[in-house]
Ligand binder design. Sequence first.
Ligand SMILES: O=C1O[C@H](COP(=O)(O)O)[C@@H](O)[C@H](O)[C@H]1O
Length: 240
Amino acid sequence: MNKTVEVLPDQPTLVARALELILSKLDTAIEQRGRFTIALSGGSTPKPLYEAIANQKLPWDKINVFWGDERYVPPDHPDSNELMTRRAWLDRVDIPAANIHPVPTLEANPELAAAKYEQHLKEFFNSSGVEFPALDLVLLGMGDDAHTASLFPHTEALKVRDRLVTVGNKDGNPRISFTYPFINSALSVIFLVAGANKRPALAQVFAPVADDFAYPSRLIRPQGELWWLLDAAAGSELQH
Ligand SMILES: O=C1O[C@H](COP(=O)(O)O)[C@@H](O)[C@H](O)[C@H]1O
């Protein structure tokens, strides 16, 4: 794992740096493999980044978009990560519908939805099932409890190591989430973290010793590159 931590002065600079990195990963992936696969995060932090991506002229037909986690709500629900992304980015560009891979959330139950998304990922990546497929880039956020994707502290989802996708648990509400081993198979992972409320969690995530189950973002140790992009409010006092 190759880890880089950058503390940027403010949120616009954070977004500009994330955009720069994503465009560079995109260029390399398309040059080397003819396509770019990215998994997105939800929450509030990435919205301006998605708006900035929408303003780029990109080879949209070579870009495939997945979600690292999703709330178990219909796709037109205000809490849907897919809805936020469509409004900020995907509805504003000429990306083929077949290149958008939303998490199914209208299944009979969340377990079925997780299994269906996993099957879709395996088929897309033509994966034998022995090795986990590698996305070019997984974009992650981190909550002030150190959760990432929908991998919440002290939940069963943190024990799942043999699946690509599982069911997360946010205060009793199901969510669909990539597992941490699947995230870790990515070529690059970028965390985007902003705001002073994230400071205590970040201190634990970066501590040399702490409980991974209490601070799930610690479990993210990808085979490829790991980038932590922090704004000053979140990261200025961080020891790294
Ligand atoms: O619940 C979620 O929160 C995290 C962090 O979100 P933020 O609002 O603090 O940026 C996000 O990474 C995750 O995708 C989302 O479902």
